[in-house]
Ligand binder design. Structure first.
Ligand SMILES: [Zn+2]
Length: 159
């Protein structure tokens, strides 16, 4: 898009504000209000510096476009974070399955690795999942410890 710069002049007759495009540099135009001749600043004049409102509007559109592009690209960049979350979710499912099968030790191992790997996570969802896993493992660990203690006690009593 060709950018035409404009100079602002005020009519000496009626003080009408006139925006003069650089393409008219050095020529005379007539004031639209009073018809007085107004000399346009000469070619190359520094007065031609203003970008007209429509061009500002275009600039705003560019910025908006940029924001949209960033909004579209950001999820791709954040994809790593997203896949980490899904990894942890999968591990949580694995821990649940192991606990269901009674493999508390194995579940505890998976949890330990998971906690080591994601110790410095700043994703609240991952933190929450880790906490949930820990709760599950601790609960079952406690129950199984208790049941084995009980078993032992029963065995001892039986003896
Ligand atoms: Zn005028």
């Amino acid at each position: 898009m060709a950018s035409v710069r404009y100079a602002t002049k005020f009519c000496k007759g009626c003080n009408n504000r006139i925006e003069i495009p650089e393409t008219l540099a050095g020529r005379y135009i007539r004031c639209e209000k009073c018809g007085r001749e107004v000399r346009c600043p000469s070619p190359g004049s520094k007065k031609y510096s203003k970008v007209r409102a429509t061009q500002k509007y275009v600039a705003v559109l560019y910025v908006l476009g940029l924001i949209i592009v960033v909004a579209l690209v950001y999820p791709l960049l954040a994809g790593g974070k997203e896949s980490t979350y899904w990894d942890v979710r999968n591990s949580r499912a694995k821990i649940k399955r192991l606990l269901k099968e009674g493999n508390v030790d194995e579940a505890a191992d998976v949890l330990r690795d998971l906690k080591l790997e994601h110790a410095d996570t700043d994703d609240a969802r991952v933190k929450r999942l880790l906490k949930e896993c820990e709760k599950d493992v601790r609960k079952l660990d406690y129950l199984s410890t208790r049941s084995s203690t009980k078993k032992k006690q029963l065995e001892e009593q039986g003896q």
